[in-house]
Write a protein that binds this ligand. Structure first.
Ligand code: HEC
Length: 176
């Protein structure tokens, strides 16, 4: 009998643990707040700018000057974010495509060779067809860097030996 009573007391103390923070006086988003005569979520004051927004907008609008460092950054970011689908050479044959993702257009078709850098920037920002937006993962500076690297990939298929500075040609044509 005593044992039964003990079990009952223990069971009761366990149910007491179920109290959680759902049960408390609080406002949920957009509920009415009598103090403000409106919703709990207050509208921001006029003319304020979210922290970092102006810098981000500037980076979107300013295409950085081409440099070896920019290309290097683009190559690295491309390898991380784009090559899984577009392939290391931009042909659209990345590993994810081998596993069933729709085959993206090759970067080497005429339409994309003649497209401007802005198009590549915009595709990364907004996505394109079956491709999801990378705006949350690739900041604007890196989108420009990737666009510059894609230009280099495209050029690599269409370049002639005359495009290489004369003093560097020997390193390409010479015997090892
Ligand atoms: C998960 C796979 C995937 C990843 C990762 C991916 N893409 Fe794509 N991308 C696609 C697919 C699929 C298409 C074709 C979409 C369509 O035509 O519906 C595409 C199309 C494109 C196009 C062609 C747009 C046109 O005008 O035809 C560009 C440019 C592009 N992607 C750039 C990028 C860049 C740059 C990255 C990296 C930041 C990237 N993609 C990452 C799958 C991907």
């Amino acid at each position: 009998m005593i044992r039964l009573a003990l079990i009952a007391v223990l069971a009761l103390s366990l149910t007491a643990c179920d109290q959680n923070m759902d049960v408390q006086p609080k406002y949920s988003g957009y509920s009415r707040a009598p103090l403000f005569r409106g919703s709990v979520s207050r509208p921001p004051p006029a003319n304020i700018v979210a922290r970092g927004d102006l810098e981000r907008e500037r980076a979107v609008a300013t295409k950085p000057a081409l440099s070896a460092a920019l290309l290097d950054r683009g190559r690295q970011r491309f390898a991380i974010f784009c090559s899984p689908c577009h392939g290391a050479g931009g042909d659209g044959d990345g590993i994810i495509v081998h596993r069933g993702m729709p085959h993206p257009t090759s970067y080497h078709v005429d339409r994309l060779v003649t497209a401007d850098d802005q198009h590549f920037f915009d595709v990364i920002t907004n996505g394109y067809g079956a491709m999801y937006s990378y705006a949350a993962r690739v900041p604007p500076e890196d989108r420009w860097a990737i666009a510059a690297y894609i230009r280099a990939l495209q050029l690599s298929r269409r370049a002639a030996i005359e495009d290489v500075p004369a003093d560097a040609r020997a390193s390409l044509t010479g015997q090892p």
